[in-house]
Design a protein around this ligand. Structure first.
Ligand code: OOG
Ligand code: NI
Length: 466
């Protein structure tokens, strides 16, 4: 039982998410413009699409839409990752899923910290995609040692943040004052630092190995590199971005436009070139540039089952194979056409997705179902109750990420066409060891949410089970 005087982790997360967004708007004003564009577009979509608005009302997503965003950070050591895990735990965020990006030429592997229960997600769906550098993939020994030295020397948390994390673990929670202080202290870890921790030549060496390595190793901390609001119509926002002076990347990542959106579609605006200061061995500062921070938008659709995901992966791969080259600005129309053609094989109707067990859903009792409670046949099946309109269903929104899309986002913001090749195998076990905990299987979470909604229906209709 959580002590009465402790603030709910949900509230701490909601406050932290707001504080992070305010900080990023100050740091990257284009992100503020993007938020406005997304909010406007969402209002328009909701006013025109009453079925969508109704569905979001029933699931409760309407309430979280305007607060919905994810961010991303990259860290360098197991110790940093472990402390982050403890920091996110204060806000009720757990590591969900394992993403290996080395296959896509990015020397990191990742997880997403987020709330796991639908009731908690409703209060604040804030997520942080968190990547750990795989230092062992740097082949140049001297450079690897330099990176290690720089990482060992830094502490990315304030002393007070560390104290409050420990206090949270001992007490089992934080009171109002401590929670407020925690938000301010935790935020410091994600702040941008213009002053690098390396000389211009060290930066160049790290950068030449991989831009991402310089981004992770050459600064005081894991600055938040983007924040992503959720739009209800990504095609519209993508089209409107240039008019607002926000240059989008060439293609929207993920599935094509559909009536029933699945998983996740994402696009971003290109990273900014920012002035930084390098620190030379004699203590002098020299001006340089670093490109890392950007803005992103996403449209979230229904979460897929393992079967649905396998179909998605197959169709996406087939479309990419048919294109034969990476999707770019020039071939984007052809790529979208190929995607649309291949995804004809993916049912675009919620009931078909449900009956074929390609996607997860939440079930809700209807007014007429509740009114008929006394007379409902005990042995009714779910399908019978749906046919009687005693139960309706709504798509369960995808709360996670897509490694292929993530790699596309990484690449677009690393600039150039640098595609490193890493022979390393995917190493979930090594990641979990660095994290100091296992990552949660996202499919199990979706299944539990679906199951809880069925149980709630059974209870509301006076049935033993469903
Ligand atoms: C993370 C990229 C992944 C997403 O939305 O897929 C991501 C990064 O660039 O650090 O945020
Ligand atoms: Ni992102």
């Amino acid at each position: 039982m959580i002590d009465q005087h402790f603030v709910s982790p949900n509230d701490i997360r909601a406050k932290f998410s707001l504080a992070m967004s305010a900080m990023y708007q100050q740091e990257v004003p284009l992100y503020g413009d993007l938020i406005e564009l997304v909010a406007e577009t969402n209002r328009e979509v909701l006013s025109k699409d009453s079925a969508l608005a109704h569905g979001l009302q029933i699931t409760g997503e309407i309430g979280r839409l305007s607060m919905e965003r994810h961010g991303a950070i990259r860290v360098g050591t197991a110790a940093e990752l472990q402390t982050l895990r403890r920091l996110f735990a204060v806000m009720g965020m757990s590591p969900v899923g394992y993403y290996d990006l080395t296959a896509a030429g990015v020397p990191v592997h990742s997880t997403a910290f987020r709330a796991v229960h639908e009731a908690d997600l409703q209060v604040s769906p804030f997520r942080i995609f968190t990547s750990l550098l795989r230092l062992e993939l740097i082949e140049n020994v001297a450079l690897r040692e330099l990176a290690q030295r720089l990482l060992d020397r830094r502490c990315i948390f304030t002393e007070r943040a560390l104290e409050l994390i420990a206090l949270h673990e001992i007490q089992g929670g934080l009171d109002a004052e401590q929670a407020q202080e925690f938000v301010a202290q935790a935020l410091e870890t994600f702040r941008w630092h213009r002053l690098a921790t390396v000389s211009a030549s060290e930066y160049q060496q790290l950068h030449n190995q991989h831009r991402l390595i310089a981004d992770i190793v050459a600064f005081k901390g894991p600055h938040i590199n983007h924040l992503t609001p959720r739009t209800l119509d990504i095609d519209r926002v993508q089209a409107a971005m240039p008019e607002r002076g926000i240059p989008p990347k060439a293609v929207i990542e993920g599935p094509p436009t559909r009536h029933c959106p699945i998983l996740l579609r994402q696009t971003s605006f290109k990273a900014l070139e920012e002035q930084v200061l390098f620190i030379e061995p004699d203590g002098h500062q020299v001006v340089g540039h670093h490109t890392a921070r950007f803005g992103e938008i996403e449209q979230r659709g229904v979460a897929l089952t393992a079967k649905g995901r396998a179909l998605y992966d197959r169709l996406l791969q087939a479309a990419q194979d048919a294109l034969q080259v990476p999707a770019t600005e020039d071939n984007a129309p052809r790529y979208y056409q190929l995607l649309a053609e291949h995804f004809q094989a993916f049912p675009d109707d919620y009931n078909a997705l449900r009956v074929q067990q390609l996607a997860w859903f939440r079930y809700f009792p209807t007014e007429c179902g509740l009114a008929a409670k006394e007379t409902v046949e005990q042995h009714s099946t779910l399908e019978q109750l749906i046919a009687l309109d005693y139960i309706r269903f709504q798509p369960l929104v995808y709360e996670d990420f897509l490694p292929v899309s993530a790699a596309g986002i990484f690449q677009s913001n690393l600039g150039g066409s640098h595609h490193a090749q890493y022979a390393a195998s995917s190493s979930r076990a090594a990641f979990e060891q660095a994290l100091g905990a296992g990552v949660i299987d996202e499919l199990a979470l979706y299944q539990q949410t679906q199951q809880r909604s069925l149980q709630a229906c059974a209870q509301a209709l006076g049935l033993h089970a469903l």
